[in-house]
Design a protein around this ligand. Structure first.
Ligand code: PRP
Ligand code: URA
Length: 209
């Protein structure tokens, strides 16, 4: 099992608090999700491979590291994961973007699949799964199973707020993945919402509540 990386940084905690606030409106909410994702990228990308390249500076010829290999494949889980794509594409403009559409059934809390469109090759390159909310873990776990079926073997999950129940589920179902979380919350309520949480991320992002 790889221990989840949980951020502890004032820039991130400040923005998470503003996301939690029920008075934060859609436009600001979306900007905050983008900003937090961009800040999380700094650590999430730490293990990307580098290779040495010869560079001529104005003064000398030297050998320096540059990023090596294919850029990460970005896979947002719809809808809420979509808001995390643009800040990552700004850093990795050549990343392919796959989409996994899942929606939780309100009664059973089971994810219902409505769209899967992935790049043909996911093996031997970083694959980053994006979803701001990890609640029961059912949606991310289902997405990871799909992605693994297509060969992904280097998987990172970037999630803004997680419940301990969701983390435990992923540790059980998908122990080999790396997990980056901006805030680990207390627990789920009896409707499967994260407490204290931020409510329904998709609705708040797209103004559908
Ligand atoms: C939310 C969220 C996750 C899922 C988390 O999506 O974005 O995908 O719930 O819950 P889980 O860990 O218990 O599966 P939702 O199903 O509400 O769809 P939406 O993004 O379209 O609103
Ligand atoms: N999905 C959300 O958007 N929020 C939660 O708290 C749980 C699942």
């Amino acid at each position: 099992m790889i221990k989840p990386y949980i951020f502890d940084h004032p820039l991130i905690t400040d923005k998470i608090t503003r996301l939690r606030d029920r008075t934060t409106e859609t436009t600001e909410f979306r900007q905050l999700v983008e900003q937090i994702t961009a800040l999380m990228l700094f650590e999430a990308s730490r293990n990307l491979p580098v290779e040495l390249r010869t560079v001529e500076t104005p003064l000398v010829t030297t050998t320096c590291p540059v990023l090596a290999g294919a850029p990460p494949v970005l896979i947002p889980i719809l809808r809420a994961g979509l808001a995390m794509v643009d800040p990552l594409l700004r850093m990795f403009p050549n990343s392919p973007v796959g989409h996994v559409g899942l929606v939780r059934d309100h009664d059973t809390l089971q994810p219902v699949r409505y769209l899967v469109k992935l790049p043909p090759v996911l093996s031997d390159r970083p694959v980053w799964v994006l979803d701001p909310m990890l609640a029961t873990g059912g949606s991310v776990s289902a997405a990871l199973s799909l992605i693994k079926e297509q060969g992904a073997n280097d998987i990172t999950l970037i999630s803004l707020i997680a419940a301990p129940e969701g983390v435990a589920r992923l540790e059980r179902d998908h122990p080999g993945i790396r997990i980056f979380i901006a805030a680990l919350d207390e627990r789920l309520n009896d409707k499967g919402y994260i407490l204290p949480g931020l409510g329904d991320a998709g609705d708040r992002l797209f103004g559908t509540e």
